[in-house]
Design a protein around this ligand. Structure first.
Ligand code: TPP
Length: 367
């Protein structure tokens, strides 16, 4: 084999990574750069989006505090990722179907689940997964990657039945190494599922850096193998996240099949409250990302337009703090979960073995 052959391979690799567009509208200084797309949001929508983002951040902060007080079981916080979660969701309709991961419980609340159910979910309570209200979404998925398969199937059904609905799902960078991810996007590509896949690249799968688990230069380029568009978006830029997702929604609704969006974001805090991120990443790296915080650039941009000020932000913070505190109290009043309840939720009709276990636990449980 000659070096000439190597060059062919190397050129191919460079081209596949270089072909991925990066969308950015608002830069770190709060200035419009309009790289790839332009913002279509009205002043009123900009304010609404900012309120949602501040709500998301405050919810995270209040829940982390509750976790430290022992009022939450296990919390995978999403501080830093709220724009990636909520500015994308902001581009969806209320009747679009959201398939979240364990890190995306806050967006699920934005989409209609009660804050009380969110608290119950973090406590591992079965009642969290019973939606009394009409919510277009599934309970948060802990099995990495399986929601991609579900979104592919649901998106296929939406297109087949000519629904004005889109299956909208999130996955982490680590999740894109899972077989379900590849199978799901492949199916979605060939069956033109009405779906949008948001890959939240927060740089780590627990403690494993993204570079250590996939040789792919970008995660967006994985879409090419499924024959679907894949783009990267600045995950700290709410305007770019909104615009890219809105365009992806329109693209898939026009019958073109799904879109994959890789958001370049960062988890400011721990993987869960039982994780110590200092063991696998430097403070310099964290500081670098905290300086990119979308709230800083949005405050500047909206402030200069005369649309946002400290009082407005404080109002959202106060209302959200009350919302989370009330939810914690409501969750405290929920009857304690029984093992039999959990077992009854495994299958609609329990297997003989599970039925036996249900009876065994029911005989022991107090009513
Ligand atoms: C099928 C499966 N394998 C392993 C795990 C254990 N696990 C929990 S979180 C996690 C890391 C996932 O990282 P990523 O997809 O990047 O999402 P993030 O936590 O950063 O949001 C793993 C491997 C799991 N929940 N499911």
């Amino acid at each position: 084999m000659s070096k000439q052959d190597f060059k062919l391979f190397e050129d191919m690799m460079k081209k596949s990574e270089a072909a991925i567009p990066l969308v950015q509208i608002l830069d770190e200084k709060g200035k419009l750069v309009n790289k790839g797309m332009k913002s279509s949001l009205t002043d009123e929508e900009l304010v609404d989006l900012m309120k949602v983002l501040v709500w998301g951040r405050t919810t995270n902060e209040r829940l982390i505090l509750a976790g430290r007080q022992g009022r939450i079981g296990n919390l995978p916080p999403s501080e830093g990722q709220e724009a990636s979660q909520l500015a994308t969701l902001f581009a969806m309709n209320k009747t679009d179907f959201v398939l979240p991961t364990y890190r995306d419980v806050i967006p699920l609340v934005h989409h209609g689940m009660s804050m009380k159910n969110a608290v119950l979910w973090y406590r591992g309570h079965v009642a969290a997964n019973i939606f009394p209200e009409k919510i277009y979404g599934l309970p948060a998925q802990t099995i990495i990657g399986s929601q991609i398969i579900q979104a592919a199937g649901l998106g296929y059904a939406y297109r087949r039945d000519e629904k004005d609905q889109v299956a909208f799902t999130y996955i982490g960078d680590g999740g894109t190494s899972q077989g379900d991810f590849y199978e799901g996007i492949n199916f979605a590509g060939i069956f033109k599922s009405q779906a949008v896949f948001i890959v939240q690249n927060n740089k780590y799968g627990i403690s494993v850096p993204r570079e250590m688990q996939t040789k792919a230069g970008t995660l967006a380029q994985k879409a090419a193998a499924a024959g679907i568009p894949g783009i990267q978006v600045d995950g700290m830029d709410p305007l770019a996240l909104y615009e890219a997702t809105k365009t992806a929604r329109e693209y898939t609704m026009a019958g073109n099949g799904p879109v994959l969006i890789e958001t370049l974001t960062y988890r400011f805090g721990a993987h869960t409250l039982s994780d110590d991120p200092k063991r696998y990443r430097s403070q310099e790296e964290v500081d670098e990302w905290v300086a990119k915080d979308f709230l800083i650039r949005m405050r500047t941009y909206l402030g200069e337009k005369g649309l946002w000020n400290e009082e407005m932000e404080q109002e959202v913070i106060d209302a959200t703090t009350k919302e989370v505190n009330d939810a914690l109290d409501l969750a405290d009043n929920e009857p304690k979960m029984k093992v039999s309840q959990l077992l009854k939720n495994v299958f609609e009709v329990p297997t003989p073995r599970i039925q036996k276990e249900i009876e065994m636990y029911e005989a022991k449980e107090e009513n």
